[in-house]
Ligand binder design. Structure first.
Ligand code: URA
Length: 188
């Protein structure tokens, strides 16, 4: 298995899919290497591509607020994406692009060994939880896969577009907080 530094170097040099041609920066993800909770979004947007950091644009600010609501610090969790390079015009990452990037995410999960994975939005939930995942119906529901508790929240960008979804997300966040209290051991 690659070390964290080897994995980081491999991602930085990656040219496995055409997103490498148009990216400014690879967005490796950031947070604690021993995080008990991982958040996985779709892929970098414009600000993320320009800075090399995940969730730093408008959706990222809302994610920060969501974390704060349940007393989670960004540096204590890990925040990453299905694909590490920006899809042009913020389109959904194509299946082939997700497949090309998947080994990197698998390696990150293997190194971090989280107790909980939270999918941000339908793209990561479809890939990581179930191929027939319906975000409107299945958000907030817990499933266990290979000993890891998994659930999906609405993507923060979806909450910006449609604030009526926020009350349901608050309930899901409370459920996440309860799950952390139940199975996690770090102090938050
Ligand atoms: N949206 C995502 O899915 N990921 C980011 O890093 C930023 C916006």
């Amino acid at each position: 298995m690659k070390s964290w530094d080897e994995l980081y170097a491999a991602c930085m040099a990656c040219r496995k899919c055409p997103l490498a041609e148009t990216r400014h920066n690879v967005v490796f993800g950031e947070g604690a290497r021993d995080a008990e909770v991982m958040f996985i979004g779709e892929g970098p947007g414009e600000q993320e591509d320009l800075t090399g950091r995940p969730f730093v644009g408008r959706a990222g600010k809302l994610l920060d607020d969501m974390l704060e609501m349940i007393d989670l610090k960004r540096e204590k969790v890990f925040i990453g994406n299905m694909v590490k390079c920006r899809p042009p015009e913020n389109r959904d990452p194509l299946p082939a692009e997700q497949e090309a990037c998947m080994d990197y995410l698998r390696a990150q999960v293997a190194l971090i060994q989280p107790r909980i994975i939270v999918c941000l939005g339908r793209v990561s939930a479809l890939k990581l939880i179930r191929p027939d995942f319906k975000i409107t119906q299945d958000h907030g529901q817990w499933v266990e896969k290979a000993g890891v508790q998994m659930m999906a929240l609405y993507h923060p960008a979806a909450l910006l577009r449609d604030p009526r979804k926020r009350p349901e997300t608050f309930v899901d966040l409370k459920s996440l907080q309860a799950k952390i209290r139940e199975i996690c051991t770090h102090t938050y």
